[in-house]
Structures are given as C-alpha cells and as structure tokens.
Design a protein around this ligand. Structure first.
Ligand code: CTP
Length: 404
C-alpha cells in the first residue's frame, strides 16, 4: 500500500476545515507522496500559501490564471501530472461550480480537463449539505463518476450538530492508500446489506432495525478502489444506485438468488441483517375477526453458511457480520466456526447510538486463526475504509504478507 512517488493534486477550498490540510500534507509527505496544491482565494483566509508551500515542498498555485503559472506548468499539464485530484474541503460553492461544468478559474478548469479520478471531501453546515440544490449537484457529480468521501455526522464548526463534518484525516490517508493499492486490478466483490422482510400476509411483515448504511459504505469503497462491485440491498432508503451497481431485494430467498446469480466473485461481504424465519404467507389480509389464525414458521436459509461452504465458486474471501447484544467475542467466534467464513466482524448492538440505524459503529474483526482486532468507535464510512484496507492487505496486492 504505497503512496511513495504518487502525484496528488490537492485543491483546497475556503472552509474552516481547510487547516486540517496542514496535517494531511505532512502525513502524505512522510509517506513519500508528491503534492501540488491549488489554493482558492477564500482558502487563503484559513491557511497561508507559505505554510502550504513549506509542507508540500512545492510551489503553491493561485486559483486565478496567471502568465507565470501557465508558462511554468499550464492547466492541462497540471491535471496530467496528477495521479489523483482531491478537493479537500469541498465546499457547497465548488460542488456547485463543478456540477455546472464551470471553467472560470484554474481550479474548475483543471478539474474539467482532468483525465484522473476526482475525489471530493465535503465539509459544510448540515443545512447547506442537505439543501435540495446542493443534493442535486452532488447527485449529478456522483452520476458523472466523481467520488465522495464523507461528510460525517457530528458537531460542526458552527456549533450545530448534524451531517457536514469533514472526514477525519486518518480516513483520507487510508482512502488514498486503498486507492493506490488496487487500481485497475480485475477483482470482483459482492456485498449484501440492509434488512430483509418476511411477509405474513400481503400487508404485514417482520423486519429489523438495519439501515443498510454499513454494507453500502463497504460496497461504495470497494468500488472506489477498483473492485467490480455488486451491492445486494434489502429494503432501505439509501440512494445506493448512484454510487454502486445495486440489486434491490426484499426477502431472504430473493437475497439468496441475487447472490447466487452474481457469483463468481473474489470477495463476498455478507453484511445484511437477514431474517432467520419466513412464514407461510396468507394470500389475503388477515382480518381482525379471523376465526382461527395460525402462523406457520419456516427457517430461512443461512446465506453466509451456504456460500462459505460452496465447493465450486467459493469466493476467496468470505466475510460475515455478527450483531450481538451480549458475549460479543464468544458469539462471534462461535459464528466463525459454525458458518466457516474467513472473518467475522462482530459489533455490539446493545448501545442504541452505535450499529443498527446509526451513523457510527465500533467493531471487532475475528480472523480465521482466531486473532482479533478492534476497530474503535468511528463513522461507518471510516469503519468501511478500515475493512477495505484489510481486504486489500489480504489480497496481498503489494507483495506483503497476508494476515491470516
Ligand atoms: N446471515 C445470513 N443468512 C441468514 C442469517 C444470517 O447470511 N439467514 C448472515 C448475516 O448476513 C451475518 C451473519 O450471518 O453476516 C450473522 O448473522 P446473525 O443474524 O448475527 O447470526 P445468526 O446466524 O442469524 O444467529 P443469531 O440470530 O442466532 O445470533
């Protein structure tokens, strides 16, 4: 997972989190990256060109076109020099301009002329992020192939709580490491996510609290680092199709068929909270005054167990999840052995602020050799980046020893 000698064109826009780039640049320089920075006019209110130049050890570019800049390196050459373009923080204003295809200054022109991936790391007030026009701009950019990291939920610089916080620097670094590990390698991933629904009659069903966020984040990040990724998603209101090839399903049986039909793959991540039981469904709505009501229960197929035990087409790496309210490690280890998957990612769902339906998570990875690794509380996006990092390590893409 080498960043050594990779070229990053970092575009810093004017937001309070611009200062975090000082740390980011120092970290990335230590990892051997070459960094060129363009500072927007308002970014200079938050960080000085001198501090950025000293840390990046490169000339800092002004957003205004200038003869000197263009003679030294024109805007096309600057975008060709980069292996990756990253806008950090990406403000509502720059998101709006890029989504319009604007080419009014150096930043927008370099982005428009880029033949490399462009990652946007947004940071703004939550009302600005959620604003319908901003959301339409984000949607347009996602459809056009721009990648987003974050924003996270939490306390914002303005003191309000909500979504809009810039992803942590550690996660940005991890995202870059992951991105440069695998690109253009032909690997395929399937991820199941969300709850399933099992109907009792045409209008009533049993389901669970899963939102699908954790699985979606994993699928999105696998795709961003270059896996051909299929997300098989139970009922969830995530707009997943924008960022990953998604198949929507409702029941466990449908999830089974969709997974089966998507094989073969190299890595299978079974994050879905699948209902363990299904019902012999009443064809008509059960009436309150029904004389006799009998619900026949059948066990659902255990997808994780089934796909972990395939003789043919077994994915090289099968990862299961274990949502537990007690005895996390004991139950997680028992599930690993019972299902014969390669890793179990166990998380405690007894705390209402973590796991199911929340934006953060805390997890323990149990490997096949029973080694364990704790991922402390962090956003689901960050947990996903950490899991993808370990998947890449497992695939040993840089000739490093794998961990199992
Ligand atoms: N799982 C599955 N198919 C099922 C049930 C679960 O593929 N019918 C998968 C989940 O996606 C998860 C793992 O199995 O990766 C563990 O799910 P969990 O509900 O925690 O475990 P169960 O085996 O159902 O055990 P229990 O509900 O008794 O804790």
């Amino acid at each position: 997972m080498e960043l050594n000698n990779k070229n990053l064109l970092l575009i810093i826009c004017g937001g309070i989190s611009a200062y975090k780039n000082l740390d980011l640049i120092r970290n990335l320089k230590n990892l051997g990256m070459n960094i060129k920075v363009i500072l927007s006019k308002s970014a200079k209110e938050f960080v000085t060109p001198l501090s950025i130049a000293s840390l990046s050890k490169n000339k800092v570019y002004d957003n205004e076109f200038s003869l000197n800049n263009e003679i030294e390196m024109d805007h096309i050459a600057l975008s060709r020099w980069a292996d990756l373009v990253m806008v950090c923080p990406a403000t509502a204003n720059i998101i709006s301009e890029i989504s319009q295809g604007s080419a009014k200054d150096l930043i927008t022109t370099v982005i428009l002329a880029s033949n490399k991936k462009v990652f946007l790391v947004p940071a703004m007030n939550s009302k600005m992020w959620e604003n319908k026009i901003n959301q339409q701009n984000v949607k347009k950019l996602k459809l056009a192939g721009y990648y987003f990291l974050g924003p996270d939920n939490g306390e914002l610089a303005c003191g309000e709580l909500g979504i809009g916080k810039m992803s942590k620097i550690d996660e940005v670094v991890l995202m870059l490491k992951n991105y440069f590990t695998i690109n253009n390698i032909d690997l395929k991933a399937i991820v199941t996510a969300g709850p399933t629904r099992e109907y009792i009659d045409p209008v009533r069903y049993i389901t669970n609290e899963s939102s699908g966020k954790q699985g979606f984040e994993i699928a999105k990040k696998l795709r961003q680092v270059g896996f051909k990724t299929k997300l098989i998603l139970g009922p969830s209101n995530i707009d997943a199709e924008l960022e990953v090839d998604t198949k929507r399903v409702t029941t466990c049986d449908e999830m089974f068929n969709a997974t089966q039909n998507s094989l073969p793959c190299d890595v299978l991540v079974m994050c879905a909270a699948v209902a363990d039981f299904k019902f012999k469904k009443y064809q008509k709505k059960i009436k309150r005054k029904a004389q006799e009501m009998k619900i026949d229960i059948d066990e659902n197929i255990d997808l994780l167990k089934y796909f972990s035990n395939l003789n043919q087409n077994r994915p090289k790496l099968v990862i299961g999840f274990a949502a537990e309210t007690e005895d996390l490690l004991k139950n997680g280890k028992a599930k690993l052995l019972d299902k014969r998957c390669d890793w179990i990612i166990a998380n405690d769902v007894s705390n209402k602020n973590l796991g199911f339906n929340s934006d953060s998570n805390k997890a323990t990875i149990i490997y096949k050799n029973m080694e364990i690794e704790n991922l402390p509380e962090q956003s689901k996006s960050s947990i996903a980046s950490n899991i993808v990092y370990r998947i890449l390590r497992q695939f040993d893409l840089n000739g490093k020893r794998d961990i199992n």
